[in-house]
Design a protein around this ligand. Structure first.
Ligand code: 5GP
Ligand code: MG
Length: 175
């Protein structure tokens, strides 16, 4: 495994993202919707630095089996009432963009005032949709990454940094 983004780099950048979000919304009440499970780290680090009146909800979106994409399923049972609210979706990574577009469509149907999105990572050359996330932490090359919420077969989410998996990591049985 090779470290791509250190804990310090991530913490500094998330601080800057929080400043941008604070500037964007001022004191307007905001509902953060984290996309489980990969967003948990960014969600926790970001919301601690937000200064507007805040609600927090989650949806679950899962599309990955190992390192290849499967069918996307979204579970919105835990979503708070967002009618008439400003909503900020938070996810770990914008890869093809399909997940965020589908979650955004689902959320938009529930009558929010606005829907924006924030992601820690974006794989620039992989984008397959026209929509862009509003707040982006880092643009990264097209390599499979783990850590800071991102998993490989549900392992490695707890790493405080982001690392790329080497071929030998992928062929091994995950912990
Ligand atoms: P998209 O729908 O944008 O193609 O994929 C977004 C989702 O795929 C992310 O929320 C994340 O769960 C997963 N994903 C995409 N790229 C990676 C990666 O490099 N590593 C990991 N662990 N998950 C990824
Ligand atoms: Mg995800």
């Amino acid at each position: 495994m090779k470290i791509l983004l250190s804990e310090q780099q991530i913490q500094e950048r998330v601080g800057k993202m929080a400043e941008q979000v604070n500037r964007c919304y001022g004191q307007r009440p905001l509902t953060i919707v984290g996309v489980l499970t990969g967003s948990v780290m960014l969600l926790a680090d970001l919301i601690r630095q937000l200064t507007m009146p805040l609600r927090v909800g989650v949806v679950q979106a899962s599309s990955y089996r190992g390192t290849s994409r499967g069918k996307l399923t979204i579970n919105s049972d835990l979503m708070p009432d967002i009618r008439g609210r400003d909503v900020l979706l938070v996810d770990d990574i914008f890869d093809t963009g399909h997940t965020l577009v589908e979650v955004k469509t689902l959320v938009s149907d529930l009558g929010p005032t606005s829907v924006r999105s924030a992601v820690l990572l974006r794989k620039k050359d992989r984008q397959a949709v026209s929509a862009e996330p509003d707040f982006v932490g880092f643009d990264i090359p097209d390599e499979f990454v783990v850590g800071y919420g991102l998993d490989y077969h549900d392992a490695f989410r707890n790493l405080p940094y982001v690392a790329t998996l080497e071929p030998e990591d992928i062929s091994q049985e995950p912990a």
